[in-house]
Design a binder for this molecule. Structure first.
Ligand code: TYD
Length: 227
């Protein structure tokens, strides 16, 4: 299924801001790299907004705990896809688009590619339907640049489990899914990247953090300079 065959306009380009998303399997180190990128952009004089999905709005916070907290009612994959998309619709309308229109660089920890990878490739929800829902939810807003931090899911999940054991973070319902699910998710991300090579930059998430940060900056800087 060619989800990525349809490429709605990069709305950010028309509005002055820039839209960067980070994607990847669990435990890829997105949080660390996003913090480094924010600092670098700010020292370059850019106005930056860091946000995330699910959970970048008050509605998203409530949906996030319904969808991901352990002990919640297990959701049917389609219900999950619709809730993720409701979160995204609110996020785009009330946070992302206004910031882009104000000329801000918006960095989102996950966006629509996570829907395709997790609910589509991972859980088998029809990709054409996900694409249609996403066009409605985002009004066609796609990132200018998507950084895919790729790694073998068992490594990422081990990182997350270690953090959990140290009391640094919780394991959510996704983290507890079988490894085969996470492998389908990873494969899905890679397929999405191959299908849209001008938007995606795929990086090996096992590289040292400093080297990764330099690689990410190179891509972001090039994207920002092209006005
Ligand atoms: P989070 O704790 O933010 O994990 P991570 O640090 O890996 O981003 O949990 C978000 C989870 O939600 C993550 O497992 C991916 C999943 N997700 C979807 O299944 N569909 C989506 O559309 C999005 C945005 C996230």
């Amino acid at each position: 299924m060619d989800v990525v065959g349809v490429k709605p306009g990069r709305v950010a380009e028309a509005s002055g801001g820039r839209f960067v998303t980070f994607e990847g399997p669990e435990g890829a180190g997105k949080t660390t790299q996003i913090a480094r990128l924010r600092a670098r952009l700010e020292s370059d004089g850019q106005s930056v907004l860091v946000t995330r999905e699910p959970g970048g709005t008050p509605l998203g916070g409530a949906l996030r705990s319904l969808m991901l907290d352990t002990g919640q009612i297990p959701l049917a994959p389609i219900a999950q896809a619709l809730l993720m998309s409701a979160d995204r619709a609110q996020h785009v309308a009330s946070v992302i688009r206004p910031a882009l229109q104000a000329g801000t660089v918006v960095i989102s920890d996950r966006y629509v590619d996570s829907l395709y990878a997790y609910q589509g490739f991972g859980d088998g929800v029809d990709l054409a339907s996900l694409k249609a829902i996403s066009l409605l939810a985002t009004d066609g807003l796609l990132p200018d640049l998507t950084i895919l931090l790729d790694l073998e899911p068992s490594l990422g999940l081990a990182r997350k489990r270690q953090a959990h054991e140290k009391g640094v973070s919780e394991l959510n319902t996704m983290d507890r899914r079988p490894i085969e699910f996470h492998q389908r998710v990873r494969g899905g991300f890679k397929e999405l990247a191959v299908a849209d090579p001008t938007r995606f930059v795929v990086l090996d998430a096992t590289a040292p953090a400093g080297i990764l940060a330099t690689r990410i900056w190179r891509s972001v800087e090039a994207m920002i300079r092209v006005r």
